[in-house]
Design a protein around this ligand. Structure first.
Ligand code: HEC
Ligand code: HEC
Length: 147
C-alpha cells in the first residue's frame, strides 16, 4: 500500500512539474490519445545564396530546392551540376576535394562512394519558426571577444 502511495505521489509530482514547465513539442497541445491535425508543410528555402558555415567542417546547407532530385544507383542529379566537369555550365560550386578521398585519405578519380549520397550530410532549410531557441556562438566571435 505504501508503495502505491509513493508511486502516485511521484506521478503527481511529475505531472505538476510538466504542467509548470511545458516543453516544446512537435505534437502541440493535442492529448496523446488523439490524432492532431497535420501542420502545414513549410516552404523549402530557395533563395540561391550560399550560407555562412558555423564551423569549417560543417556540410554547407543547400540553398536551393531539391524536390525530385534523384540520387540512386543509376543517377545522381546533384552531380549533374556539382561534379568537376559540370560546374563550367552550371556555375555551381564544385564538390570539395574531400569528396574524392577514400577512407585512407587517397584521392580517387571521381567522387568517393562514401560521398555519393549527398543528402546524408547536406540538407535544405525550411521557411519556418524554429521550435526551440539557439544561442550558438561561432569560434570567430569567441576569439574576438577574448581580445
Ligand atoms: C541545376 C543545378 C544544380 C543541381 C541539380 C543541384 N545544385 Fe546545388 N547548387 C547549385 C548552384 C548554382 C549553387 C550555388 C548557389 C545557388 O545558386 O543556389 C548550389 C549550391 C549548393 C550548395 C551550397 C554550397 C556552399 O558552399 O554553400 C550545396 C551544399 C548544394 N548545392 C548541394 C546540392 C545537392 C545535395 C544537390 C542534389 C540533391 C544539388 N545541390 C543539386 C546548382 C545545383
Ligand atoms: C559524409 C558527408 C558528406 C556527403 C555524403 C557529401 N558531402 Fe558535401 N560536404 C561535406 C562537408 C563536411 C563539407 C565541408 C567541408 C569539406 O569541404 O569537406 C562539404 C562541402 C560541400 C560543398 C562545398 C564545396 C566548397 O568548396 O565550397 C559542396 C558543393 C558539396 N559538399 C556538395 C556535395 C554533393 C553534390 C554531394 C553528393 C555527391 C556531397 N556534397 C556529399 C560533407 C558531405
Amino acid at each position: 500500500m505504501k508503495t502505491y502511495a509513493f508511486i502516485i505521489a511521484l506521478t503527481t509530482a511529475a505531472a505538476a512539474a510538466w504542467a509548470a514547465e511545458p516543453i516544446a513539442t512537435l505534437r502541440g497541445p493535442t492529448p496523446l490519445v488523439e490524432q492532431g491535425a497535420a501542420p502545414t508543410m513549410p516552404k523549402v528555402s530557395n533563395e540561391d545564396l550560399r550560407r555562412l558555415r558555423n564551423y569549417p567542417e560543417q556540410p554547407p546547407t543547400i540553398p536551393h530546392h531539391i524536390r525530385g532530385y534523384q540520387i540512386d544507383l543509376n543517377a545522381n542529379k546533384c552531380l549533374s551540376c556539382h561534379s568537376r566537369r559540370a560546374t563550367v555550365d552550371s556555375k555551381a560550386p564544385m564538390v570539395s576535394i574531400t569528396h574524392f578521398m577514400n577512407r585512407d585519405g587517397q584521392f580517387l578519380a571521381s567522387v568517393s562512394p562514401r560521398r555519393y549520397f549527398c543528402t546524408q550530410c547536406h540538407v535544405t532549410q525550411q521557411v519556418t519558426r524554429p521550435l526551440v531557441g539557439n544561442d550558438f556562438i561561432d569560434i570567430d566571435s569567441v576569439l574576438s571577444d577574448q581580445n
